[in-house]
Design a protein around this ligand. Structure first.
Ligand code: GAL
Length: 745
């Protein structure tokens, strides 16, 4: 639902007063306060705001229901309709509903009022202690008015007990509602179609829906050969479950619930993770769902783009939704592109008193019942991230998760050792590596158990070595090496299901964390999702048949590193061999990859004076030359990277991720701005100022004057709901401006 009115400050009784003064029109997803990129006081959005919207006159069909559904309001929502209190919901990351069937009138519209409390109330998870991320204010996800027929399906849980069978079954658990006064004989019809839209199975079952509703179970047995869902081939099936009265009745129309399903078997064992019966080493990154300026309030396209960046640019096979359930659009995209997900309840280190725990247990249910059909999700996180043991509390979260979804294992992220294992998987933030010999602890050392258990490393690096895109080459090189070493150690040990690095993208945070600028520079990409060198640690692990990667970890300058030179030069690549040519010298072929990182799918090459003598590449005081780095696959030249000896600003580019936005709902796309050298590389230490001008039905999120930190930056343009053409120009003094158009249709 769009078309809201917003007042930054809720005052007692606002739900009773029709006075519109102080309200401005807004659409969802909405952020009450546009934030600076850095150095802001995070308390500026921690207020109670008021949203108001007229809900048109509407009546449900007799026996039907009208339900208001909120996908996410930070952090406590109190809701009224025409001044009558409907209730409240605690927690900003999970959905909630109010039945308004008897409250919406046939005659006149009603006024919906929401007080959205973004203060960090200690009675609500994740609050009560310190947290290393921001919980941005507002109604930042969608709101719907759902209309249900007298017999309806509210939710469906799908499962396949043996998806690897020659002809698997699909079990259906339909949560039916009924507004009929007595048990109703009905027909439940389930149909399954493949990605081409072809129906592969359709069957009807006679059922009786109890008055008030109940759970209806049925099985589509023997579906024949199905395509399995996997990261390489994420086959999705559309499933439609409908219900209609056994005897046709015009007053009781059929109602249907549509969802998607993927046939796959995911299993964490003591000897590793197995997908569809085959060992798969998990190589992942953690993701916060936050963006510069607007915080969480990003529409579907941007959510999906994050999943695409993780899969395509960072080539990880899993994302952990640290530290809360993330947007449905993000998870939908993970299903579509084959990106595994570890999803967890909101929280960070702190466990509150009894009422707080009850709310957290509610979050377990809200998360699982919202997301149980996503094939991408392979593990539920049912502990507060990095909290102490609390066996009573975590016995409850575990048994609830298992009761709601017996098909998935549970995990719960801790940093403590010898923690009581109530989950199926011991999920551990192992920050032991700080550059020395020790890279990962042995799992028995961590668990304190005398046997192996399913085990996964859920964070490493992060605060141990914060690194900015503009940091000096030596630091960035060490950042690269630390990510390489931990992944290598994970690959080396079959008992480690995998390792999930901290983290994908830099993120704004509280003053108790980060670099003082309110940013944790822990990402392998910056806050704009632009790569640091460490991004290619992950990006280069992909098969060359998908994408060829060749990235030297250098800015290619004589005098950037201490003492000068570029050795040892790490080359992140999935090519078989490389050659390095310095100026006009003969190219030097390098065939041996780094032996200490040999467990990785594609260990890097490390070039140093073993390969090229100081006489050739020269010492301080000698001429510097161009680099021509070539990657070969099967003996053939497959990729070339050239870096100039005398980099100069040669061109400015402004590239939108999308050329078309939609006009109906809020929509947004990123524009990447780069200042490039003669060979098309971003100038790594440039900090030019760029001015953005824009016309048409969109706005720039954040400022119109940008600093190209390290030669690149980005901004997002947000459509305003109207159709038209957005024309934009980015200018940097002394260079030809970069222009682009985006159509909003
Ligand atoms: C962990 C925590 C993360 C993040 C990280 C930084 O302890 O779980 O949220 O703060 O440290 O390295």
């Amino acid at each position: 639902m769009n078309g809201w009115l917003f007042n930054r400050r809720y005052a007692d009784g606002m739900e009773l007063s029709p006075d519109g003064s102080g309200f401005i029109p807004v659409d969802l997803p909405h952020n009450p306060v546009d934030l600076p990129l850095s150095y802001f006081d995070e308390r500026c959005y921690q207020e109670v705001s008021c949203y108001r919207r007229t809900v048109p006159a509407k009546t449900a069909v007799p026996g039907g229901r009208l339900v208001l559904r909120f996908e996410g309001v930070m952090a406590v929502a109190r809701v009224w309709l025409d001044g009558t209190y409907l209730g409240e919901h605690k927690g900003g990351y999970t959905p909630f509903e109010f039945d308004v069937t008897d409250r919406l009138g046939a005659d006149s519209p009603r006024v919906l009022t929401v007080a959205a409390d973004a203060t960090e109330r200690p009675d609500v998870p994740p609050f009560g202690g310190q947290i290393d991320y921001l919980t941005y204010a507002g109604i930042y996800r969608e709101v719907y008015l759902d209309e249900y027929a007298p017999l309806h399906i509210k939710n469906v849980r799908l499962s396949s007990p043996d998806p690897l069978a020659a002809s698997p079954d699909l079990e259906i658990e339909a949560y039916a509602g009924s507004g009929l006064p007595s048990p109703a004989p009905a027909i439940l019809t389930a149909s399954v179609s493949d990605s081409s839209g072809k129906t592969v199975a359709e069957r009807s079952f006679p059922v009786t829906v109890p008055a008030g509703g109940g759970v209806l179970r049925s099985v589509l047995s023997g579906l024949g050969r199905v395509s399995l869902w996997s990261p390489d081939a994420p086959a999705l099936y559309a499933v439609r479950v409908s219900i209609s009265p056994a005897a046709a009745d015009p007053k009781i129309p059929a109602d249907a619930f549509e969802t998607r399903f993927g046939f796959r078997k995911a299993e964490f064992r003591a000897d590793g993770f197995f997908l569809n019966g085959e060992r798969l080493k998990i190589r992942g990154l953690n993701r916060h769902q936050a963006w510069p300026y607007v915080g969480y309030a990003m529409p579907e396209r941007a959510q999906k783009k994050d999943a695409d960046i993780l899969k395509e640019e960072l080539a990880v096979n899993l994302v952990r939704t640290s530290h809360y359930p993330q947007s449905i659009s993000f998870l939908d995209r993970c299903d579509e592109i084959g990106l595994l997900v570890f999803e967890e309840i909101p929280g960070w280190q702190h466990i509150g008193p009894a009422e707080w725990k009850e709310t957290a247990i509610g979050h377990v249910e809200e998360m699982i019942t919202r997301d149980w059909n996503h094939p991408s999700i392979i593990l539920w996180g049912v502990r507060i991230n990095e909290s102490m043991d609390d066996d009573d509390f975590y016995s409850r979260t575990n048994s609830l998760a298992r009761a709601l979804d017996p098909t998935r294992q549970t995990g719960g992220v801790r940093y403590i050792t010898d923690s009581n294992l109530l989950e199926d998987v011991y999920t551990m933030n192992d920050f032991v590596h700080s550059g020395g010999e020790i890279v990962l602890r042995g799992q028995r050392e961590v668990t304190g158990l005398d046997r192996d258990v399913p085990y996964m490393v859920t964070e490493y690096n992060g605060h141990m070595y914060p690194t900015k895109k503009t940091d000096c080459e030596e630091r960035q090189n060490e950042h690269v090496l630390r990510h390489l070493r931990v992944q290598n150690a994970s690959y080396a040990d079959d008992r480690v299901s995998g390792a999930i690095g901290w983290c994908a993208f830099d993120y704004n945070t509280h003053c108790d964390f980060g670099a003082g600028d309110r940013i944790c520079h822990h990402g392998v990409m910056d806050i704009f999702r632009l790569p640091k060198f460490a991004a290619w640690v992950y990006g280069s692990q992909v098969s060359p048949s998908e994408k060829i990667v060749l990235k030297p970890v250098t800015v290619w300058a004589r005098g950037e590193r201490s003492i000068g030179g570029v050795f040892p030069l790490v080359v992140l690549t999935n090519c078989d061999t490389i050659s390095l040519q310095f100026g006009d010298y003969e190219p030097i072929h390098i065939t041996g990859r780094e032996p200490t990182l040999s467990h990785l799918p594609h260990p890097p090459f490390v070039v140093d004076t073993r390969h090229i003598s100081m006489e050739k590449i020269g010492a301080w005081g000698m001429r510097w030359e161009d680099l021509r780095l070539t990657g070969y696959i099967n003996g053939k030249e497959a990729a070339v990277c050239r870096m100039p000896k005398n980099p100069l600003p040669a061109s400015l580019t402004a590239a939108p991720d999308d050329s078309v936005l939609s006009s109906g709902e809020k929509d947004a796309t990123r524009v990447v701005v780069s200042l490039l050298d003669q060979y098309g590389n971003p100038l790594p230490f440039a900090d030019a100022v760029a001015a953005v001008s824009l016309s048409g039905p969109a706005r720039v999120q954040g400022p119109l004057t940008l600093v190209l930190r390290g030669g690149t930056t980005a901004f997002w343009i947000e459509s305003s709901g109207k159709a038209g053409v957005v024309k934009a120009t980015v200018s940097v003094e002394g260079l030809a401006p970069a222009s682009f158009e985006v159509r909003v249709s």
